[in-house]
Design a protein around this ligand. Structure first.
Ligand code: ZN
Ligand code: ZN
Length: 150
């Protein structure tokens, strides 16, 4: 079922899920708003996890409202970089460009690059690239071996 979620700034995002839980995960995924801060409203009801959207009367093409649970509007996101195991960077995270594509955390201008915040996903990416490269080289090796034998 296709429907829309409209956030506080009036942006509508299309979604295609059938229950409240999946919707919350999808929203968290796409807007970086944590599930516990999302307040979803349709008509006069607040959507509760564990129920299906159909129970609230959400139909194809409906628009569900998304508000934040916190009082005082949207919180300023802080840089997610840990200076040491107990202290987080005190800078505000920069919007959009501060979001790391790999670990999906937000960072200030100084820590936004994967290298700068020692991104936990970075080594995984490198390993994957290495494996891919290795597989390719092995593939090529096999080809040249075959050619050599001919
Ligand atoms: Zn920082
Ligand atoms: Zn990262």
């Amino acid at each position: 079922m296709h429907f829309f979620v409209r956030d506080l700034s009036g942006h509508s995002l299309p979604f295609d899920v059938s229950d409240v839980n999946s919707l919350q995960y999808a929203i968290a995924d796409r807007t970086a708003i944590p599930i516990e801060e999302q307040r979803l409203v349709y008509g006069s009801s607040q959507l509760v996890p564990g129920r299906s959207l159909a129970e609230y009367g959400v139909v194809e093409g409906s628009t569900v409202g998304l508000a934040l649970r916190l009082k005082g509007g949207a919180p300023k996101k802080r840089c997610g970089f840990m200076l040491n195991p107990t202290d987080r960077c005190s800078q505000a995270a920069v919007r959009i460009v501060g979001d790391c594509q790999l670990c999906s955390s937000s960072f200030c201008a100084r820590h936004r690059l994967a290298e700068d915040h020692s991104c936990p996903k970075l080594s995984t990416c490198r390993e994957q690239a290495y494996e891919r490269n290795k597989a390719r080289l092995e593939g090529e090796a096999t080809v040249s071996e075959k050619l050599a034998r001919v």
